[in-house]
Design a protein. Sequence first.
Length: 368
Amino acid sequence: MATLELVQVKKSFGQTHVIHGVDLAVAHGEFCVFVGPSGCGKSTLLRMVAGLESVSDGEIRIDGARVNELGAAERGLAMVFQSYALYPHMSVRQNLSFGLENMRVPAAEIESRVAEAARMLRLEPYLDRRPGALSGGQRQRVAIGRAVVREPRIFLFDEPLSNLDAELRVRMRAELGALHDRIGNTMIYVTHDQVEAMTLADRIAVLRDGRCEQFARPLELYNAPANLFVAGFIGSPRMNFLPGRVERRDGAAAMLRLDAGATVRVDGIEGAAAAGSAVTFGVRPEHMKLVAAGAGEADLSVDLTEQLGGESYVYGKLANGFELTARLPGQTRVKRGETVGLALGDSAATYLFDADGRALKRGQTGTA
Ligand SMILES: Nc1ncnc2c1ncn2[C@@H]1O[C@H](COP(=O)(O)OP(=O)(O)O)[C@@H](O)[C@H]1O
Ligand SMILES: [Mg+2]
């Protein structure tokens, strides 16, 4: 087990600045996920932790000690990549033991570590096969096993499930969670997939353009996103955003005039939002309430309905052309071409952001 701290970590490739000063403190045994869109710097940050990329500025500490100058092999970490990079001419057993032989671990110790990893990852039936005779999921389990046998202080994963099909990804996700529960090591896991992040993480660092936008528990990101970016990134389909202005402010409540034409009341505002200021109103698709046309704050003309059986999605436009998505439990009678009403303001689960995108209100969707 080990702690990891990043203190104002920066990275430039020549004149190109890609990481702009990231601060993070990951606790002993924590499963920490770096999530963000492609190109935001997730791999670069992970590779700096691993020692595969130099740190341009700032400090990386493992168990409180600076490791900037330590080589990758001296940091006591193990990394698993998207490409499994197994040795094709070696058996699974040899793939698992090869690194330990290089580190001059005694043969008996190697045997017991390989046996334990094979048992944990359900690889025992395949130990004498070569990677070419394994499925994608089995290969990825070997790649993870190769990290496990090294008994690293911290596991680093860079999109390890991205090459697998959807069903296998879900299964491997559960296995990784179980592996973490069993061995309890600190894990840093990189993904662009917010569902993977939400399901695996103790805490998630949401990255954007080389900056950490928020570092928090999954449901805290969902319930109380710090800004527009996090609000739009966490949750699928993404939160609906409607620009508008504060018409009247009264304590924690405000009346908004949306550009789409509607007037909406918002309660529970914590930040500054004086009358006249530009704001963005947010409501998640799953918190939209559809009512009869004319009975809500705005009318939605329906472009498309998708029925998934257990839930349905309604896509439509407001009078000014603004697009909105509603996600309804169960099956809906609403059809393309119809007009329905939207009840926007009576939900506690609405959000408000200032002109710079900072949250002015926490959504109240959490459980006790
Ligand atoms: N060796 C490099 N030289 C120059 N730019 C790089 C290099 N490696 C990564 N980058 C740039 O750094 C940014 C972050 O890349 P990366 O960390 O791979 O993103 P992610 O893993 O989040 O998709 C990208 O804009 C990428 O083009
Ligand atoms: Mg990457």
